[in-house]
Write a protein that binds this ligand. Sequence first.
Ligand code: HGY
Ligand code: MN
Ligand code: MN
Length: 411
Amino acid sequence: VTRTNLTIDSDRLWATLMETAEIGGTPKGGINRLTLTEEDRRVRDWFAQTVREAGLELGIDQMGTMYATRPGRDPSRKPIAMGSHLDTQPTGGKFDGVLGVLAGLEVLRTLNGAGIETEAPITLVNWTNEEGARFAPGMVASGVYAGEVDQAWAMERQDRDGVRFGDALDAIGYRGTEPVGERRFGAMVELHIEQGPILELEGKTIGVVTAAKGSIWADCRVLGRESHAGSTPMNVRRDALMAFAEFALASETVAPQNGPDGVATIGVVEALPASRNTIPGEVRFTLDYRHPDAEALDRMTRGIDEAASAIGSARRVDIQIERIWNKPPIAFDEQVCRAVETSAAELGLSHRTITSGAGHDAVLTASVVPTAMIFVPCKDGISHNEAESATKEDCAAGANVLLRTVLHLAG
Ligand code: HGY
Ligand code: MN
Ligand code: MN
């Protein structure tokens, strides 16, 4: 039975959001808390202490993912999971990931305060390395949990300084002993800011997320030939940087060819040997492209590979694209989506169904656990930016939908 009058404490939620934003907080009001750094360790320590104070049982798996469980009346039932991530982008905001974890904490604190016992246990999850900004790919711990990423391969991923994921995990003391994927959940619900402009434009408070774009990440290299900047005629150069530039613009035109929902991004570029009077012989760069439709995503892959070989032969360079992540588009679970929609309606909150352009841990768990997401608006649709912001009211609305959805599912 769902208590009709139970709501979360929005002051407490907001205070917790602002308190933890100090850990890795930046002068511009954002958060720089890259996965498996000292800042990540500090927020994990805070999380561990806070959930223990709330009487929750804490487990940590071999990828460092943290599970805080509130017992239910019937321990034989699979727990209902709420969760997201506490790691951020280098110029991250206060809400991406963090809102989903702290709203889940607020839900559990509210149940404790009301003395409510649910049939099924409830587990709050902090997934390791959702962002993929330090160690690529992102969503790697939920990927291992879902059986879509190989754990040993994940442990070997290196950051730009050559630090291995496994060593960084040991350095902050969060390599748990629990095998990944051993915990099975009855359902999983993730609350997140939309990170896009639709809810705000339409004046809707809640997004019932029914699907998510597919995403492909690649580590790329252009191999040309170093040569003298002054004495090498333009027509004999094998300039890796200029070839990269042409490829970058080609990837920008491939995206919209498959409709307005196709996107492509090159976030990191490095020209070697990085000397102003040597023609770059090598360029290393990242490529992230996405589409909600699997067929269109395949067409983007073909367009990108065709551009690489055409530009490569025209400029006598080799453009290599190594795909390290390939997650097809997904649809979330209909029952769980309906529980989200019913909860929003019960609360009298304006809502609409929506597809997620961003990736989330829920996108990975969806293949092994009935999963859905709740969106709330963020200002100007801005995210992965220190100016990211959401209102206290919308955060509370999202947390109340999360509370009711979990009560529906946990009984
Ligand atoms: O890349 C993503 O979609 C996620 O926000 N890390
Ligand atoms: Mn996120
Ligand atoms: Mn993010």
